[in-house]
Design a binder for this molecule. Structure first.
Ligand code: SAH
Length: 303
């Protein structure tokens, strides 16, 4: 699969494209919604496979600009909106669509966001401690960390990072910020690394889980994910498909439970198409680090 490459050389390879297309079946035609358009890789594949029209949503203004470039050769079949996908109903109403043939959600951050030091997501590259996906709103990670109380911070790191050393890390952060504001990703990574007991030759950076936790917290990534999925399902036409890609167990658990509840309730009239989550093949995992933790779940609205 080609990757979407920007002029500055950043790229993002869309994950599990073949599996996404097999579930969405864009060749049926109709309107498709990409709730996390990113650099537009999946969107382009959906359009090339036969979708009549695509509505692409992303809360990151830089992603919307990048996707516009990727999708330009496809002409007027794509429209893009800088919005939070939790507002999917407002977006569909604004475009006069009551129900659609397919909806894709590819959760998490893009390589474009992760790899740009200025965005402040990465503990590998020093940059301002920002971490906002929507750079037009909300406190940065630096601002949030400057104000949060220690107990709340420990809970965030424990819950969203599944980090056992959460109390110790929170204490170290609060201790450090009393001496000097924590303004960069490098500072935060050093504080966390120093708070962790030395391990053997682990390949995983000790700051990994804490950075994931703070990113999820700053962007409220799990808030209302279940309600959003229920809303999305209501906007599927009969036979319409919803496909969700997740990258950590917290997200996948919410998707799994919401899908099960929707199917069991009967009233929504949906059938889950994936008994177990689909996973990328070995070749894709070897070639694309972001794919390694991916899980795909899909459902269909009954006809
Ligand atoms: N499928 C894309 C990559 C998506 S990466 C591609 O092929 O290029 C995930 C994207 O989801 C990021 O660009 C991020 O900004 C966006 N995102 C995350 N949470 C969001 C939300 N609540 N609303 C809208 N976009 C969101």
């Amino acid at each position: 699969m080609r990757s979407a490459m920007k002029a500055d050389g950043t790229e993002h390879r869309p994950v599990m494209v073949a599996e996404v297309l097999a579930h969405l079946e864009p060749a049926r035609g109709g309107v498709f919604v990409d709730c996390t358009v990113g650099l537009g890789g999946h969107s382009r594949a959906v359009l090339e496979a036969g979708a009549s029209r695509l509505i692409g949503i992303d809360r990151d203004p830089a992603a919307v600009a990048a996707a516009a470039e990727t999708l330009r050769p496809l002409g007027g079949r794509a429209v893009l909106e800088q919005r939070d996908y939790r507002e999917i109903e407002e977006v569909l109403d604004a475009h006069g669509e009551t129900s659609v043939a397919g909806i894709l959600v590819d959760l998490g951050v893009s390589s474009m966001q992760l790899d740009a030091p200025a965005r402040g997501f990465s503990f590998r590259r020093d940059g301002p401690l920002d971490m906002r996906m929507d750079t037009s709103a909300g406190p940065t990670a630096a601002e949030a960390i400057a104000e949060v109380d220690e107990e709340m911070l420990a809970n965030v790191i424990y819950e969203f990072g599944e980090e056992r050393r959460s109390r110790r890390i929170a204490r170290a952060i609060v201790w450090a910020r009393a001496r000097q504001p924590i303004a960069t990703t490098g500072q935060l990574a050093d504080i966390v690394r120093r708070a962790m007991p030395r391990r053997g030759a682990s390949r995983i950076d000790p700051a990994t889980r804490t950075f994931q936790a703070i990113r999820i917290w700053v962007n409220r990534e799990l808030d209302g994910l279940d309600v959003f999925l229920e809303r999305a399902v209501r906007r599927l036409e009969p036979g319409g498909r919803l496909v969700v890609l997740t990258f950590h167990s917290l997200e996948d658990r919410i998707v799994k439970h919401t899908f099960r509840t929707l199917q069991a309730s009967g009233e929504a009239g949906v059938t889950v198409r994936t008994k177990r989550p689909a996973r990328p093949g070995d070749a894709e995992q070897a070639g694309n680090p972001r794919a390694r933790s991916a899980k795909l779940r899909a459902l269909e609205r009954d006809r």
